[in-house]
Design a protein around this ligand. Structure first.
Ligand code: ADP
Ligand code: MG
Length: 630
């Protein structure tokens, strides 16, 4: 429900009465420009236009596309002004980035988006302060676009209802065309691995035999990049590629990534009321040739619009299998599951089951995970006839050198030292190059390991900033400015120092709330929880999220209520391990002498037993099937 988005807003300074026709044309032209850059016009308010980028689908470069759209608009206005006898239109624009609550306007036949949250208010303030014909951007937008768009700082914008003025920049021009990504170095040195994946793909496609490919590797070694490059190839040849991603959430009602897949294919937003989501699911299944009502009902579990409880997990997994078989199309379908080491047990079971049982379908499941996955599931991929697991090793020296050289410029010696110190991990190479650039290349001592590099980056800080980092590390991995201030009697410029540390990527600030302290943070969680309660068409579908916010808001009672709802949902979906975890979280929040402990404890135990039974029964069936066919 919370999505990363950018909003742009502008208005003209002329009298709307005089220029109604021009305005209509202006709306049309502005809307077309926004859509060309991948945005969605949320609404026209009077003479203002509000657009959203990154919802429903976030693309990683949403901020950039929003700023590009805004930069393209003055030219349109110029043309309109030149061709109209009316007084000239004047336009003020702003782009701001952050989390917002996005819902679909229930009263609108076209499913208009409704966007709310601080990010929108801030956009509106910035827009109000923008000079005519210019684009003001907020801090997060600036950070996200600074490598590709030149912007200049302007004085912070004072705003009603905000203690601090809003930092602002004026966007000047794009530095490179949209397609060019200087932020990313060309893909190097994975010929062997790419070749292997390509061969598996060709066979899976030719024989219409599904295959599970698992790529294991430490953080930053290049798993995501390899998958991105491969999906690109797949799409080039007319195939389809889907990317779904596990998130490191503790709680889940089950099948996170599969739900993402079904939602994406059907165009379902989390904010869709159940009947709308259900209608979209039905349309999508119809399109895939899966109109059978029993199947639709089973698959509704994965759209989070469950209408029935499945009789057993097998029929649920069977429905999922038929779904991916129907989804696969010539010349082939790739489904990338990212960060599988964070997956909950039911998702791991589901992926294994799909890969093992899908038939006559040109489909490759690509699972990316850190090696911890094998601690979680030592036998991952083991029982499958079509499964390949490979480890992504460090980049070969030549490629690492080439990457480092590309990042630090013509300094062969420095490039070589980076290459040695990063031991072939491309993320570390990027980090070290950043460290070099931060020091303007005037450095003589290059750290020899990553740990040393981080220490060195800290050492290179001005004394005051370094002290703050050490104080903060005392407070903890997550820290608040309040306790930090109490450790520093003369804390005058703490905010400024924190800002500077954040600019160097050494700390990450949660704007406003976290810095204002515990109470403000709790209030913010409460506000989010209340908003979600009000905006969500079906609170049961987002119960795990609500439980989290209420717990953070310091209201365990409400958190427990939602945890129990989430647990029930998980049980309905045969995601028993998740249900057990949710019941345990609930027990953790209930006082020792509370009567409810027994019944919740009982439900937890029953869920645990049911899970064991499910697994045992499935094993038995598998054995029977094997005996039968032997
Ligand atoms: N073979 C490669 N060539 C160039 N850059 C790479 C390569 N592999 C990874 N990178 C870059 O290194 C960084 C980390 O890679 P990523 O794929 O996100 O790692 P992982 O998913 O394993 O954590 C990214 O910026 C990525 O673009
Ligand atoms: Mg990754």
């Amino acid at each position: 429900m919370c999505r990363r988005m950018n909003s742009a807003r502008w208005s003209d300074g002329a009298d709307p009465e005089d220029v109604r026709d021009v305005l209509r044309e202006y709306y049309r032209a502005v809307k077309a420009t926004i859509e060309r850059f991948g945005g969605v016009v949320e609404k026209f308010i009077g003479d203002a236009v509000m657009a959203v980028f990154g919802s429903p689908v976030a693309r990683g470069d949403d901020a950039e596309r929003a700023v590009r759209a805004a930069l393209a608009i003055p030219r349109i206005i110029e043309q309109l002004n030149a061709s109209s006898p009316h007084p000239d239109l004047e336009i003020h624009m702003a782009v701001n980035t952050g989390e917002a609550v996005v819902t679909i306007d229930p009263g609108s036949p076209d499913g208009d988006l409704l966007v709310a949250g601080d990010v929108v208010n801030t956009a509106s303030r910035l827009q109000g302060a923008a000079p005519p014909g210019r684009v003001l951007i907020g801090e997060e937008t600036f950070r996200a676009t600074r490598r590709v768009i030149r912007s200049e700082p302007v004085p912070a914008v004072a705003a009603k209802g905000k203690r601090e003025p809003i930092p602002a920049w004026v966007a000047i021009e794009a530095l490179v065309p949209l397609a060019v990504r200087p932020a990313q170095m060309p893909f190097v040195g994975r010929d062997g691995e790419s070749g292997l994946v390509r061969d598996i793909w060709s066979r899976a496609v030719a024989e219409r035999r599904p295959h599970l490919v698992t790529i294991l590797g430490e953080a930053g070694i290049g798993k995501t990049r390899l998958a991105e490059e491969f999906s690109f190839d797949v799409k080039e040849t007319g195939g389809q590629a889907f990317h779904v991603r596990e998130l490191p959430y503790e709680q889940s009602s089950g099948y996170e990534t599969f739900v993402q897949l079904v939602h994406e294919v059907a165009g379902i937003f989390e904010s869709d009321p159940n009947p709308v989501a259900m209608a979209k699911l039905e349309a999508s299944l119809d399109h895939l040739g899966l109109a059978d009502p029993a199947l639709v009902q089973l698959l509704s579990v994965f759209a989070r619009t469950p209408e029935v409880v499945a009789d057993d997990r097998r029929s649920l997994f069977d429905a999922a299998r038929r779904y991916v078989e129907a989804l696969s199309s010539t010349p082939g379908t790739l489904i990338v599951f990212e960060d599988v080491h964070w997956a909950h047990p039911s998702t791991l079971d589901l992926i294994t089951s799909l890969a093992g049982r899908a038939r006559d379908a040109p489909i490759v499941f690509l699972a990316l995970a850190r090696p911890e996955l094998l601690d979680l599931r030592p036998a991952w991929g083991g029982g499958l006839s079509s499964s390949t697991t490979m480890r992504l090793e460090p980049l070969p020296a030549a490629s690492a050198h080439w990457l480092a050289a590309g990042l630090v410029g013509e300094e062969p010696e420095i490039a070589q030292r980076i290459e040695l110190a990063a031991s072939g991990n491309p993320l570390f190479i990027e980090e070290m190059a950043a460290w070099m650039l931060e020091r303007d290349g005037t450095d003589d001592e290059l750290p020899t390991t990553v740990r040393a590099m981080i220490a060195a980056r800290l050492d290179a800080l001005p004394r005051e900033e370094r002290d703050v980092v050490f104080d903060a590390s005392v407070v903890g991995k997550v820290f608040w400015a309040g306790p930090l201030a109490s450790l520093r009697p003369d804390q005058g410029d703490l905010d400024e120092i924190l800002g500077s540390l954040e600019r160097r990527d050494l700390i990450r600030m949660e704007r406003a709330s976290a810095v204002e302290g515990d109470r403000a943070r709790r209030e913010r969680h409460e506000a989010v929880a209340r908003y979600v309660e009000e905006a969500a068409p079906d609170t049961a579908a987002v119960a795990a999220i609500l439980a989290y916010h209420w717990r953070e808001a310091g209201d365990p009672e409400r958190a427990v209520t939602y945890l129990l709802v989430a647990a029930e949902r998980a049980e309905q979906a045969w995601a028993y391990p998740e249900a057990v975890a949710l019941y345990e979280d609930a027990l953790g929040l209930i006082p020792r002498d509370d009567d409810r402990r027994r019944s919740i404890g009982l439900r937890r135990t029953v869920a645990g037993i049911r899970h064991e039974h499910t697994v045992m029964e499935e094993e038995q069936l598998k054995r029977l099937a094997a005996d039968g066919s032997a």
